[in-house]
Design a protein around this ligand. Structure first.
Ligand code: ADP
Ligand code: MG
Length: 315
């Protein structure tokens, strides 16, 4: 287990252990952190952000791939998912040492700098942030991309079976020796870590959860402020504030961990109805857990789900 990409990362190789392979996997993670981290001044992402409104820069294929996919989900979600959310993330500082509730003016100023349409991927490989103050943050998709990159190595090394856990961003790779399905627990968002609402039985796949319990702080007003932001004011949501739509978590299962990561955040931000429609259109499964302790799934998502905590109920 190591701390990379802002989280604890665990890789289990079930009998294929060898230190060279572990080193290769963890050095790939460290490499991706140097590219994608929003919290490191020396990352490639920080270099990109420092050029906002000044000039286009050419970026690594890794960053390019992540930005392309992020823009795909930005468009697909009508902007509920937006990789230019950086100014808002920095303003609130949720998960940092001194988070705080910003003033309405500060929030408006941050919102004014956020628009995925001003993140320009140029045909010659350049990336340009069109407006001053813009900042890209790929925290909602980077761990998924990293998990997929690790799976590439596992495939190349013909590792038959592995479990990757990048801070709750799970990839179960390959088939188990006795050919029984993998069993993955879905975190109880109201309870301590490692306590599960239920279990999903699955084949080789990624499962990623976005929830109110991952990174948050309790304000002086006793409200819990978590780290996924509403960018428009639909329903009970206020733009610039943490999403407030009755959801506690969304779990998405997909063969691409990058898609599962982006979609768990996107479905969380969109809420059940729109989120479900997007998951189904993308051909992936999503499980929604609500503050009233109900659980709903997109088409087929609950077929292999077994409830453990019976204080929750399936709708
Ligand atoms: P985790 O980091 O816990 O795995 P997520 O994948 O859901 O959780 O990503 C949350 C992160 O995504 C936030 O910390 C922030 O960096 C970023 N983010 C917050 N709101 C949005 C949004 N509306 N669109 C895109 N990214 C967001
Ligand atoms: Mg995500």
């Amino acid at each position: 287990m190591e701390f990379v990409l802002g989280t604890f990362c665990r890789i289990d190789l079930y009998g294929s252990e060898n230190s060279q392979l572990y080193d290769r996997l963890f050095s790939r993670l460290a490499e991706l952190e140097r590219i994608l981290s929003a919290n490191r001044a020396d990352s490639e992402l920080s270099a990109l952000n420092s050029t906002a409104a000044l000039r286009a820069i050419s970026v690594s294929p890794e960053l390019r791939t992540v930005l392309e996919r992020a823009l795909f989900f930005a468009e697909a979600s009508g902007g509920a998912f937006d990789p230019t959310v950086g100014p808002l993330v920095q303003l609130w500082g949720i998960g940092e040492k001194t988070p705080r509730i910003p003033s309405a003016d500060e929030i408006q100023a941050a919102l004014d700098m956020i628009n995925w349409r001003d993140l320009e991927l140029q045909a010659d490989g350049g990336v340009f942030l069109r407006r001053p103050g813009m900042a890209v943050d790929v925290g909602a998709i980077a761990k998924g991309y990293a998990a997929d990159e690790l799976v590439k190595i596992l495939r190349e090394k013909k590792v038959p079976q592995a479990l990757i856990d990048l801070g709750g961003n799970i990839y179960v790779w390959g088939a188990k020796k006795d050919n029984t399905p993998w069993r993955i627990g879905i975190q109880n968002p109201l309870d301590e870590r490692g306590s599960y609402v239920g279990i999903v039985e699955t084949q080789s796949i990624s499962m990623v959860t976005s929830g109110v319990y991952e990174r948050f702080f309790i304000g002086e007003d006793a409200v819990r402020y978590h780290h996924i932001f509403a960018l428009s004011g639909t329903g009970t949501d206020k733009p610039g504030y943490p999403v407030n739509n009755g959801l506690l978590s969304v779990t998405v299962a997909a063969p691409s961990s990058m898609d599962a990561d982006a979609l768990s955040t996107t479905c969380f931000a969109l809420g059940y109805e729109k989120g479900c429609a997007l998951a189904e259109a993308a051909g992936v499964k999503a499980i929604f857990i609500f503050a009233d302790k109900t659980i709903r799934g997109s088409a087929g998502a609950l077929d292999t789900f077994t409830l453990i905590d019976t204080s929750f109920r399936i709708e």
